[in-house]
Write a protein that binds this ligand. Structure first.
Ligand SMILES: [Zn+2]
Length: 217
């Protein structure tokens, strides 16, 4: 016996409206993708935050992007320890099985996960700073980013904003610890990208690795 209730009326209503709006072109596209399988050109790793519509800025359609979302858009380092690593599994599948050409790590403005990480590591969030908090343990992945902020003389809000971008950079660095990512990048089959989305106004910044700065697209 599993605990599961029927869908609430508002979800059933929204589903029926969505189904009714589906045109013949969209139906045909779904049928083709179901028949032929997916062949996305890119993968996006974004935050779980409900305000981050990760594919809308790229005009994403069904089948375009292989998606992975987790708290604070973090990629862990390569750890082949036999445990269940959801993010690493998604990356492995995208790079090896799907052969994606682009992998985008998307950070965002106002990230509660990043703020939680900052507060935990600054000693201001003891509820996260415990081995029984999955959130706290996960956010510890961003510790190198937190440490990179020291000595920059930033006030609290500026530190949070800077750490949102560090989350992208830590993830990009950790991606390269996966041997199959390094091999694909080295062979020119895969390109890594870092972006930060301002969910307050829709702006997008990309990471310019040569200049080591984020720039508006
Ligand atoms: Zn977030």
């Amino acid at each position: 016996m599993h605990e599961a209730q029927p869908l609430p009326p508002f979800l059933i209503e929204r589903f029926r409206e969505w189904r009714a709006r589906m045109g013949p072109g969209e139906r045909a596209r779904l049928a083709t993708l179901a028949e032929n399988g997916q062949n996305p050109r890119g993968m996006i790793i974004a935050c779980c935050d409900s305000r981050v519509m990760a594919t809308d800025v790229f005009g994403g359609e069904v089948g375009d992007f292989f998606m992975h979302r987790n708290i604070a858009n973090l990629v862990p380092p390569y750890e082949p320890d036999g445990r269940s690593h959801g993010t690493s599994a998604a990356i492995e599948y995208a790079v090896i099985a799907l052969g994606i050409e682009h992998l985008v790590v998307m950070g965002h403005y106002g990230c509660g996960g990043v703020r939680g990480c900052h507060d935990m590591l600054a000693g201001m969030a003891p509820e996260l700073d415990t081995p029984t908090s999955f959130v706290g343990t996960w956010l510890r992945l961003l510790k190198p980013g937190f440490e990179a902020l020291s000595g920059r003389g930033l006030d609290y809000e500026a530190r949070i904003a800077a750490l949102e971008k560090e989350a992208v950079l830590v993830s990009l660095a950790n991606l390269m610890t996966f041997p199959f990512v390094g091999a694909a990048v080295g062979a020119g089959r895969l390109r890594l990208h870092g972006v930060w989305k301002d969910i307050s106004d829709g702006d997008l910044e990309f990471y310019d690795a040569e200049a080591a700065v984020f720039r508006k697209v």
